[in-house]
Structures are given as C-alpha cells and as structure tokens.
Design a protein around this ligand. Structure first.
Ligand SMILES: *Cc1c(COP(=O)(O)O)cnc(C)c1O
Length: 396
C-alpha cells in the first residue's frame, strides 16, 4: 500500500474514533521512529508513556522472541513461571501483596473498582460509593469512563453505572465534604496525565490517605501513566511516605506489549475468591516475559535515576523556553519524565509543526504540550527536541 492507500483503507474500514496525525509509522530504534518514507523522528510521546525502553530495545526484543518460541499463551487454568515471577516483583516493588494481571489500563481500573466494591461489602452492604476527581482519566469501558469525571468521555453512553461521585482534584475541602462511611474507595492519579499533567500540592495525597483511613475507605492510585519509573520512582506515591490500598498499572509495564495490573494489600485482596474475577489473555506468558524484562532493564540500566536527572534537565530547558516565549507558555509542570507545558492557546498546530520538523510530542487537555519520552533518553535527545520546539515557537 502507498500512503494514500493506507489513509483511504483506514477511512473505509476502521471505526472513526481517532483524530490521527497524517503519519504512517513503520519502525523504531531507541528514542527514534521512522515513517514509511524513511523520515526519522525523535519520539517524546513514546506511544503515550508506553515505550519506556524506547523502540526495539535488544533485550526486550530477545525476551519476546524467546518466549514466543516457547509458549505465547496458555489459560490461567495453569501456572506459568513468567507470571509468578512478575507477580512477585510487582508486589515487592509496590510494597503491596497480591497482583492481578489484565491487558490494559481500563481493565486494571475496572478490576480495582470491582475489588473495592467486594471489599466494601464485607464491611457494610451500602459501602459501595467511589469518589474520583474531575479532569482525571481512568479508561474507556463503561465503568472506567464513569470514573473518568469528564463529560466529553461520558456523553452518549448513558445510563452510566451508579455509585460514582466527583470532586475537584487537589481540593481537600471538597473531598472532606463528600467522603462518608458509604465511601468504599477514593480513586486518583498521583499526577493527572490526560487532564493536563496536573500535580497536586505536596501534602494532598497524604491528607487524602488520612481521610480514607478515617472513614475506612480504600485509596486507589491509578498509576497507569505515572507508574513504571515515569516520575523517577517506580511508583509516583513513592515520592511520599504513604501507600495506597490498591494501585493500577498498564502503559509502561510491558514496554509496548499490552498488559495491565492491579495490586492490593492482603487485607483487601482477601475479598476475592475463586471465580470472582478473571481474564482469558491477562497475564499470559508473552506479556509477562516482556514486563519482567522491562522491570529488569529499568534496574540494570538505572533508569529511575536517569528519568530523574534527564527529567530535571528537560524541565529546566522547557522553563528557559517559557522565559523566551512568555506569550505562549504559561507554566511548565510535572515530575521526572512526565512533563507538561501549558500554553496560552490550543497546542495542536505546534504539535503538527514539531512533527514536520522531526519531533513527536502531543498535546493533552487542549492546551498542554505533553512530554513522556522513553526513560533511557539522554540530555542530547532533550537538546534535539528543545531545538525543534524553539524553532516552532519562534514562528507560533
Ligand atoms: C491511559 C490511561 C488509562 C487507560 O488505559 P488503557 O490502556 O487505554 O485502557 C487509565 N488511566 C490512566 C491514568 C491513563 O493514563
């Protein structure tokens, strides 16, 4: 197929739900991707915080090939070693106890909410309410788009599942007013990703933890975007001294192979028994082998330290651009390699122009440029993207 044929075929045969860029990606190498014309781009979106090792990392490629040659899938009616090993690593690294593996972020959150409901009912039959934050994002299934307190994702899908309540993010007074003995869980992102890289006040998450404890409500952290080293710690809550009762993961976990997880304390996980939840594909040996390799490489190649150091550098370079273009950039925010630059206007044109100049970033919440590159980038890669952005902003 030539380019026009790909565009045309997609238009004719794919559901029209994506506003795609006119770019056909063919392959990748480290932090770079190449289109079908062979044009090279530096990729600071990384499949939206997914390709944490960059593209075609030799160890990940080898692990997937090796596992594919052994066994790709078997039912969860049987044990596999990659799944047992991954569950142990995730439990140890999170400081929690029991893991369930699925295939996506929405599925991880769906499972976490199901578990929270089951657990709430062990305390009281009306302890079923879930509180989430406006501008959050938790997925696209009917339950998780209900947890996603943004009308644009919910419109047209009513009736929505019941029992959900919303508070503004980072607003402790609003949460204090809403939380009650009927609350079974409060679910939040430690930094809101899709909502615009919104970082809460330093003590917000700890205060939410206190409130949850006071009412016997579970605290669920959706770390689907912030997890797997993105903010410089394996889990973003590890920047604080609290931990959640349940944490959810997906995006970076498989380095690009679809996998999601939720991890809970023993106390909470005990609400599940045989038959209460399940998945055909979830935790299959191929996805687990990929995730085991991602976690291994993050440790071996010191990628948490790298995300911290290179993230701080990217942030300072973005702040320099903010000083140079104060009429365009309002704030630079985020942590580690999860950064946003809020603009004074919609960002789509800037994203398009960066793409033409060979740099892939994206824009979320309409006017926030988002940077979620691979965790193994260097300062030289940052310089490449900043040079492109400088050129584009000069003309914006
Ligand atoms: C991407 C994302 C999801 C949804 O993940 P999918 O794999 O697309 O279902 C949920 N929560 C957060 C915070 C995300 O960033």
């Amino acid at each position: 197929m030539d380019k026009e044929q790909v565009f045309q075929t997609d238009k004719e045969y794919y559901m029209p739900v994506f506003a795609r860029y006119p770019l056909i990606l063919d392959r990748g190498e480290g932090p770079y991707v190449f289109d079908t014309d062979g044009k090279k781009y530096i990729d600071f979106l990384a499949g939206i915080a997914v390709n944490v090792l960059g593209h075609a990392h030799p160890k990940l490629v080898a692990a997937i090939a090796e596992q594919a040659g052994k066994i790709i899938h078997c039912s969860n009616l049987y044990y596999t070693e990659p799944q047992a090993a991954l569950a142990k690593t995730l439990a140890k690294q999170s400081g929690l106890d029991k893991v369930f593996l699925g295939n996506s972020g929405a599925e991880a959150n769906e499972g976490a909410i199901k578990l929270a409901r089951k657990y709430g009912k062990t305390i009281s039959s009306d302890k079923v309410e879930i509180i989430t934050a406006t501008d959050g994002f938790h997925g696209r299934t009917l339950l998780t788009l209900t947890a996603t307190a943004q009308p644009k994702y919910q419109k047209g899908y009513e009736p929505l599942p019941g029992g959900f309540h919303y508070v503004p993010y980072n607003d402790l007074a609003a949460l204090t007013a809403l939380v009650s003995e009927k609350t079974c869980a409060v679910m939040l992102e430690p930094i809101q990703g899709e909502g615009g890289i919104n970082t809460p006040d330093a003590d917000y998450l700890a205060k939410v933890r206190q409130l949850c404890d006071q009412y016997g409500a579970l605290l669920i952290f959706d770390e689907i975007q912030t997890g797997i080293g993105r903010t410089g710690k394996m889990f973003a809550y590890q920047h604080t001294d609290i931990k959640p009762d349940i944490v959810t993961l997906a995006k970076g976990l498989g380095g690009g192979v679809p996998i999601g997880a939720f991890i809970a304390s023993n106390k909470v996980a005990a609400a599940f028994g045989p038959g209460d939840h399940g998945s055909t594909f979830g935790g299959n040996p191929l996805a687990c082998a990929a995730a085991n390799t991602v976690l291994g490489v993050i440790a071996e190649e010191n990628l948490l330290a790298n995300a911290t150091a290179v993230g701080a550098y990217l942030k300072s370079e973005l702040k320099k651009l903010q000083q140079k273009y104060p009429q365009l950039i309002v704030t630079v925010r985020g942590q580690g390699l999860m950064l946003g630059a809020k603009l004074t206007k919609p960002g789509r044109d800037i994203v398009n122009q960066c793409m033409e100049q060979g740099a892939i970033i994206n824009c979320t919440a309409g006017d926030v440029l988002r940077f979620v590159p691979p965790l193994n980038i260097t300062k030289a890669h940052v310089d490449e993207v900043i040079a492109v952005l400088d050129k584009v902003l000069a003309l914006a």
